[in-house]
Design a binder for this molecule. Structure first.
Ligand code: AMP
Ligand code: MG
Length: 329
């Protein structure tokens, strides 16, 4: 499902490297680092980045019973719950993006996401009566953060948090920072199930070449619709082909839900790729843009500095923002 999206012409015959692939945060995570450090040091850097991803998984995964997010979801409507720095940072930014996108990105859709179960063994098409009470709620306005006490409080118990649309981005930023600051890595490529973040250039000094999956291909991630060259940037795609449930009648229901309808977003897009510096922001914005649709998303993205996007619609039309259009191949 989460095949590698990057086309890495590393050309690293002489530069030593280290890499590892593991399932973390419910996805395939690959860390590749390069540098003139010893092999031991490079291996240690990769190991530390993976450890950080696993640490974040224990905080953000709703599929781990003992995770922090599950504890918060079970208790925050009763009384304010103290949370970790990681949790606080991601929740605060999530609420910012929920307001900015008027709920197109909404971290309080946990109950709706669980009801559909897309990507799990329990996936099904819920009855309209089950969906109705979980739509149009704007519960992100009812999450109270206390910056002094470092706590979270839910003003009602009708919702739960889900960071599926932002946690991988945060993890990518954190792994990058750790590799740069603690291990002095100047060339790396991290891929968290299609959320890609790069450090510097390829080991041969040239930019990384990354591909955007072709949603209409039977194997989208192996068949790029376009490629582009990036240095020191992140590259995050939300797409209808990434995770979906095929109902017995053959209808496909994908995993990006529109909180205003309660159904998978139907905005005419097959994928949105955001290219920018901060992977957490790119992750939230790719999901929001997918829900908003191209026109509204383009308007929103124009108001944010240093953010570029590539849209692929359901008719296979590719559109890009001004700052990146000429770089697509
Ligand atoms: P992404 O692949 O980053 O677009 O995130 C999709 C995942 O985020 C889903 O699998 C859900 O866990 C969750 N999700 C679905 N719809 C939304 C939404 N509108 N806002 C925030 N999170 C969502
Ligand atoms: Mg996202």
């Amino acid at each position: 499902m989460a095949a590698l999206m990057c086309i890495c012409f590393t050309g690293c015959g002489e530069t030593p490297g280290a890499s590892q692939t593991q399932i973390v945060l419910g996805t395939v995570v690959t860390v590749q680092v390069y540098g003139r450090q010893s092999q031991e040091a490079l291996d240690g850097a990769v190991e530390a980045a993976m450890d950080r991803a696993r640490e974040l998984e224990q905080i953000f995964s709703v599929n781990i019973d003992s995770s922090e997010i599950n504890y918060v979801n079970q208790n925050a409507a009763k009384a304010p719950v103290p949370v970790s720095d990681d949790f606080y940072t991601v929740l605060e930014r999530s609420l910012y993006f929920a307001r900015l996108t008027e709920g197109a990105f909404d971290p309080t859709l946990g109950k709706l996401i669980r009801l559909w179960g897309i990507g799990t063994d329990d996936a099904r098409v819920p009855e309209p009566e089950e969906i109705a009470p979980l739509t149009g709620r704007r519960d992100y306005e009812h999450v109270l953060l206390d910056g002094q006490a470092h706590t979270v409080f839910f003003e009602n118990d009708g919702f739960s948090l889900d960071f599926g649309a932002i946690a991988k981005g945060y993890a990518a930023d954190e792994m990058k920072e750790l590799l740069q600051e603690d291990y002095h890595i100047t060339s790396a490529l991290l891929n968290l199930g299609g959320n890609i973040i790069t450090i510097g250039n390829r080991p041969d000094g040239k930019p990384w070449t990354l591909g955007i999956a072709d949603p209409s291909s039977p194997q989208p991630e192996e068949n790029p619709a376009v490629t582009l060259q990036v240095t020191n940037l992140t590259f995050v795609t939300s797409g209808d082909y990434q995770r979906y449930y095929e109902a017995p009648d053959g209808t496909r229901y994908h995993h990006i839900l529109d909180g205003s309808t309660g159904y998978p977003a139907d905005s005419g897009l097959s994928s949105v790729t955001i290219i920018t510096q901060c992977s957490m922001d790119a992750d939230a914005l790719s999901t929001a843009s997918f829900v908003l649709g191209q026109e509204k998303a383009q308007k929103l993205l124009q108001s944010i500095n240093g953010v570029e996007a590539v849209f692929i619609d359901t008719q296979d039309q590719i559109t890009a923002t001004d700052g990146i259009r000429d770089q697509l191949q």
